[in-house]
Design a protein around this ligand. Structure first.
Ligand code: ADP
Ligand code: MG
Length: 263
């Protein structure tokens, strides 16, 4: 069976694409879905860094420059999620042919249930190909106008390329008037907001530990939101953690939960 392929994109940099890719991918693996995350941000790669795989000798750079087979660039990540990291050298970027991504996709597709591409910001060739080859593009937006304008541009570009936008993920949602924000995002972009991920200091903390937040602090507000999104994509029900397991979440976490929903 072919994998369901998602590209996590945004237009703007720093909206949380890599964080989303890592945590969505790990959450899908935790649900028992065979999942591979691929760092298609071949100029500014950091998926490896977020997962402690930054020293991987063979990466997507070697694959896209014809020096290695895809299978040689697949590593084991947390909860069994497969990871194709990318190198960080400028030379590696320059030698890479982004057109080869489609081949990478075809090679891995048969063995997987889900494939997630972490897309670069911008609309250069390396950014455009992941938009075109995915079954669905998911737009990671922040509740700011510049982020939404760039996401809208990315949506239009995706459709021009014959691709499809499956929805938006509103990341770093603040505490105030969130429902209005969600509605605004959906009106502005003309797509469904699949999930809101709250601003959560545990995201940075877990990045410093090179561990996805859904593993490091699975009951923190952002981790719960990522797991809820994964359950939605996997078509299963997400069981909210019991209150006792949230004992350590603190005031901000409780407040976010009350505002963002969940039990
Ligand atoms: P991108 O891949 O789109 O450039 P990243 O995933 O690298 O974005 O995230 C950019 C920065 O924002 C990182 O420092 C990350 O830790 C932080 N960040 C992302 N999402 C959240 C969140 N929900 N709460 C707090 N910080 C976040
Ligand atoms: Mg990134």
């Amino acid at each position: 069976m072919a994998a369901k392929v998602y590209t996590i994109a945004s237009g703007k940099g720093g909206t949380g694409k890599s964080t989303t890719t890592v945590n969505l991918g790990t959450s899908l693996a935790l649900l028992g879905r065979k999942t591979v995350v691929i760092d298609a941000d071949i100029g500014m790669a950091n998926l490896g860094l977020l997962l402690g795989l930054e020293r991987s000798p063979i990466t997507l750079h070697e694959v896209l420059s014809g020096k290695a087979e895809v299978s040689e660039a697949v590593y084991e990540g947390p909860a069994g999620v497969k990871v194709v990291p990318c190198g960080i050298s400028l030379q590696g970027f320059q030698n890479s042919d982004p057109e080869k991504l489609q081949e990478v996709m075809r090679t891995l597709s048969d063995e997987m249930d889900f494939m997630l591409f972490d897309a670069p910001a911008g609309i250069s060739k390396d950014g455009v190909i992941p938009l075109a080859i995915a079954d669905q593009v998911l737009l990671v937006v922040n509740p700011e106008l510049s982020s939404m304008a760039d996401a809208l541009k990315t949506k239009i570009l995706t459709e021009m390329l014959g691709g499809e936008v499956g929805g938006a993920i509103l990341n770093r949602a603040g505490m105030e008037r969130t429902e209005i924000n969600k509605q605004k995002v959906s009106d502005l972009l003309g797509v469904k907001v699949l999930e809101m991920i709250p601003e959560d200091p545990n995201v940075r903390r877990s990045a410093a530990f090179k561990t996805p937040i859904v593993i490091k602090t699975p009951n923190s507000p952002a981790a719960i939101a990522f797991q809820r999104l994964a359950a939605q994509l996997a078509g299963t029900e997400f069981v909210e953690p019991a209150d006792e397991s949230r004992a350590g979440e603190g005031f901000a976490g409780r407040l976010a939960r009350v505002l963002f929903g969940g039990k």
